[in-house]
Design a protein around this ligand. Structure first.
Ligand code: AMP
Ligand code: MG
Length: 306
């Protein structure tokens, strides 16, 4: 029988961890220089991202209050920008998403992962694209410079992407490549790229003049690695938020405080997104499965060893 946790002794883990450390340092340095301030994440809250795809709820009860484990800090990010003196913020935010076991072999799902979750006040998606383009290029540059031995040992070749990263529209890609356009384009691409306009969560801004058009987006890693980041310009108007919650059959009662702020017209106008750290490290280090970049894997449907 295999010794428990013997995978931790594999040579590749020291290399992957050095690559991860370099990438994290590059992200923090870059965001600091851009004036994006860091706040600490929360893990338990009466309201979290509803997540518009199948998953099990993760809740605890504490002194009679039902608290969700954070699925994403989107709503907290928005409200943290209520402070007049803060217009750019980020969190290194651990997320728990108990997704279905059939995702086990996707190679890119963990039920615990971390995102660097960024939100900007009074900015547009174009300005967000520029910030993230710069962050990704800076991460690549720093990792290539600092980790050349580790990249070589992992047989991984990286080159700094050319900016600006390309931007595609989802409807156009769908017409050209069918329903699995993300995978098809990712497999052909050499550099990360953006795709805009997806119908998803209530908080992503839908165009009032052009219903069914959403001012949101993903960044996709190339070489078939798939999604890196999701985000959008956000809804701020109470009636729009409630209409979209109802459309998505969201339990409105759970969002009492958020809706109170919205009703007073106080939700800041923001744009942002979250980039998955483990998926980024998987790409940078060229690992097939996301489990291979974690010391203590949490793969959907799999028993946790430790
Ligand atoms: P989302 O806003 O739900 O797309 O999450 C933001 C980012 O977190 C995604 O673009 C991924 O990079 C990462 N992410 C989302 N779900 C998972 C997961 N189950 N396992 C690992 N990373 C994830
Ligand atoms: Mg996403």
């Amino acid at each position: 029988m295999q010794e428990a946790l013997s995978h931790i002794k594999q040579d590749k883990h020291q290399r992957i961890l050095r690559i991860q450390s370099a990438a994290l340092k590059a992200i923090h340095d870059y965001l600091y220089r851009q004036g994006v301030v860091q706040a600490m994440p929360i893990i338990l809250s009466p309201a979290t991202d509803p997540l518009n795809h199948p998953h099990f709820e993760a809740k605890v009860e504490y002194y009679g209050q039902k608290l969700h484990l954070t699925k994403s800090m989107i709503l907290h990010k928005q409200l943290s920008l209520l402070n007049d003196g803060i217009d750019k913020i980020y969190f290194m935010s651990p997320n728990v998403r108990l997704e279905e076991g059939k995702l086990r072999e996707s190679g890119r799902h963990l039920f615990e992962f971390t995102q660097v979750d960024i939100e900007l006040k009074e900015k547009t998606k174009k300005e967000f694209f520029t910030l993230i383009d710069g962050m990704i290029a800076h991460v690549f540059r720093f990792v290539i410079d600092e980790c050349s031995d580790d990249l070589k040992a992992l047989d991984r070749k990286l080159s700094v992407p050319r900016l600006p990263l390309k931007v595609y529209e989802s409807d156009e890609l769908r017409k050209k490549h069918g329903e699995h356009f993300e995978r098809v384009v990712s497999e052909k691409a050499k550099d990360p790229f953006w795709i805009t306009n997806f119908r998803r969560e209530f908080y992503d801004r839908e165009d009032k003049e052009r219903r069914g058009y959403f001012h949101n987006y993903d960044v996709i890693w190339p070489e078939g690695y798939g999604e890196a980041l999701s985000g959008g310009e956000r809804e701020w108007e109470h009636d729009e938020i409630v209409r979209k919650m109802k459309e998505r059959q969201t339990d409105i009662r759970a969002y009492e405080t958020y809706l109170e702020v919205a009703e007073k017209g106080l939700i800041p106008r923001t744009v942002g997104g979250g980039l998955g750290i483990e998926r980024m490290v998987r790409f940078l280090s060229g690992q097939r499965h996301i489990r291979d970049v974690t010391l203590f894997p949490r793969v959907p449907g799999e028993r946790i060893v430790f």
